[in-house]
Ligand binder design. Structure first.
Ligand code: GDP
Ligand code: MN
Length: 353
């Protein structure tokens, strides 16, 4: 009888279909990860965290971008971290480096002043990796020869996808994500999702808002009714309150970054040179665009996603904390701390999100 039972059990095992070995992301979506070869360890940490808390069950592909070729070691180790497809792309030089029309002497003076002021990533070197990065993430656009309009969001590897989830090195996800955020965006007609929002350093965006106001005057047709101006300004648009969504985490609809409104906005800002003459970040640039060209219902706070970047953390409170089996310390969430703009977001949404 024992032998018979063993045989029967083995037979049953053979009949049970294996779980899907390589899950396939359901939505037209991908992770996008900008990184340097030297970021490898932090890249692996971030991947482990997101694979374990989400992607092992959802199978979304990964795209890695760099202005240089990734090393064989980088590619091998990253590919070993996931069952999902992984692609590696080199950013065209024309999308990365400081454009020739930037007055380097003026840019250098600005960097020195910023350094004196003690601004992080002020940078005194003539090569500007941080500023190039911010400009690239904002959405560099240009007409290439033969004439083809490309932006960071239409470069070859990224172009086929609609939604993206931006990941950076050394970030940590601390709750189980039990649903598909991409599907959530699609079903709820949401364009932009965030977890942390903070105040920007004023010295990095001295003239940004003045230029935004010029843009609004010139292109009133792009300003949405029922927009999120109240998140960005405490006086109806006169001045910028420095609130922005922290763009190291973004789950968003790239069709927005590809839209006419955003492309015009990026080109307008870029032409002012502020990515180099100041240190405009992709976070305020994205946030201001999302805040002005979208309806406020199209912005979403992913309260249930526990997330840490450079020691700043969003940790959900109950009941999401419990259902997500979160491992973060709820007490240390940044939500209502001094530099957080979540209260402004909540107020702008009339207390509901
Ligand atoms: P922070 O989050 O503002 O402190 O800036 P990070 O150093 O994390 O950079 C933001 C993102 O851009 C990360 O994904 C980095 O890996 C990436 N990054 C920054 N500088 C460079 C660069 O020079 N080259 C490449 N390929 N990626 C960069
Ligand atoms: Mn970072």
């Amino acid at each position: 009888l024992v032998v018979f039972s063993i045989c029967l059990v083995s037979l049953l095992y053979m009949l049970i279909p294996e779980p899907p070995y390589e899950p396939q992301g359901k939505e037209n979506a991908t992770f996008v990860f900008l990184a340097r070869n030297s970021d490898l360890n932090g890249v692996l940490k971030s991947m482990q965290s997101i694979e374990q808390h989400f992607n092992e069950r959802f199978g979304y592909p990964w795209i890695f971008l760099n202005e240089e070729e990734f090393t064989e070691e980088f590619k091998e180790r990253v590919t070993a971290e996931t069952l999902a497809p992984v692609q590696f792309g080199v950013i065209p030089a024309s999308h990365w480096y400081q454009p020739e029309w930037i007055d380097e002497a003026r840019a250098e003076r600005a960097r020195n002043i910023m350094k004196e002021l003690g601004v992080i990533y002020a940078g005194t070197y003539s090569l500007n990796p941080y500023r190039n990065m911010c400009r690239f993430n904002s959405g560099v656009s240009e007409n290439e020869k033969p004439l083809k309009h490309t932006t960071s969001f239409t470069i070859q590897l990224v172009q086929p996808y609609r939604y993206y989830w931006r990941i950076e090195p050394d970030v940590e996800y601390s709750c189980e994500i039990q649903y598909d955020p991409f599907e959530y965006l699609k079903l709820n007609n949401i364009t932009y999702g965030f977890t942390i929002s903070l105040r920007e350093l004023g010295h990095t965006v001295t003239t940004l808002w003045d230029n935004v106001k010029l843009f609004m005057e010139e292109y009133p047709q792009y300003i949405a009714e029922d927009n999120a101006m109240a998140f960005l300004s405490d006086n109806g648009g006169d001045t910028y309150n420095l609130c922005h969504f922290w763009s190291n985490f973004e789950i968003a609809d790239m069709d927005f970054w590809r839209s006419e409104a955003y492309t015009k906005f990026f080109e307008f800002l870029d032409s002012k040179g502020g990515f180099y003459y100041e240190r405009w970040g992709d976070a305020p640039v994205h946030s201001i665009a999302a805040g002005l060209f979208l309806k406020k219902e199209q912005l979403h706070f992913f309260n249930d996603i526990g997330y840490t970047h450079s020691g700043i953390m969003h940790c959900p409170q109950q009941p999401a904390f419990l259902t997500g089996h979160c491992t973060c310390n709820r007490v240390h969430t940044v939500d209502y701390r001094e530099h957080s703009c979540l209260p402004m977001f909540k107020r702008m949404k009339n207390g509901k999100w």
